[in-house]
Design a protein around this ligand. Sequence first.
Ligand code: CAA
Length: 258
Amino acid sequence: DAAYETILVETRGAVGLVTLNRPKALNALNARLIGELGDAIQAFEADEAIGAVVIAGGEKAFAAGADITEMASKSFTDVYFADLGGAWGRLVACRKPRIAAVSGYALGGGAELAQMCDVVIASETAKFGQPEITLGIIPGFGGTQRLTRAIGKAKAMDLILTGRMMDAEEAERSGLVSRVVPGDRLLDEALSAAAKIASFSRAAVLAAKEAVEVAHETGLSEGVRFERRAFQALFATEDQKEGMVAFVEKRKPAFRNR
Ligand code: CAA
């Protein structure tokens, strides 16, 4: 879209692809980029033809964090009223699955953007870190919360307090990354995972994502209750009939999102 300055937006079949595009600043997340990313994700959320979204960066950097030059001279009231952290709300509220395709640096806000995605596919070159402490601040786009839930307190404290980076292998072992692939396979792997997700019943996909998210936010018995009701509700869809009849008839299901 010509209206976007900091991202590239395209569709590949039923997949929406957003590529962060401030290569000279290693895709530093300034207010404009965060706003444009929110617009693009919201548009994909509203587009019935889209079933999943991939968020990619560049080869050297997925994103090297919030834009330090933009933040450097800001006062408390500047950042309080600008509320860049809150500006991610539109992305997080999107119910369609988001896949992050991470190559190179995913630091600070860039790591936090990956943590806001449902599936994280990393190239072997990926490096994750929360270096905010080295700047005299702390993570501000959810990192102390989402990273801790993703990889546990010991690893999260290590990364957030020392500012060190972890490589793709450690990130996968720790549970931050879903899969690690060779760099030349990264975008294909992310796009084909997204296409696969988009090929399934939309209602089942949204319910599955929502139920896993509930696991992060509630206790076990409440979560299991939520899952059971969502599971039962899917029996009201035509896609459930189609999926099961197709299995019995040994053919591929044709989901119609009904
Ligand atoms: N903000 C603004 N500009 C950035 C940036 C950032 N986060 N990260 C990199 N850049 C810019 C550099 O200033 C440089 O610009 P110039 O060419 O105009 O000098 C350009 O991108 C290339 O970067 P480097 O020359 O530094 O590249 P390098 O290969 O030597 O180092 C790096 C790469 C280790 C990632 C280094 O750029 C770096 O440490 N970046 C900052 C990482 C960081 O601290 N991120 C956290 C930001 S705070 C945050 O995110 C807060 C939050 O949670 C909300």
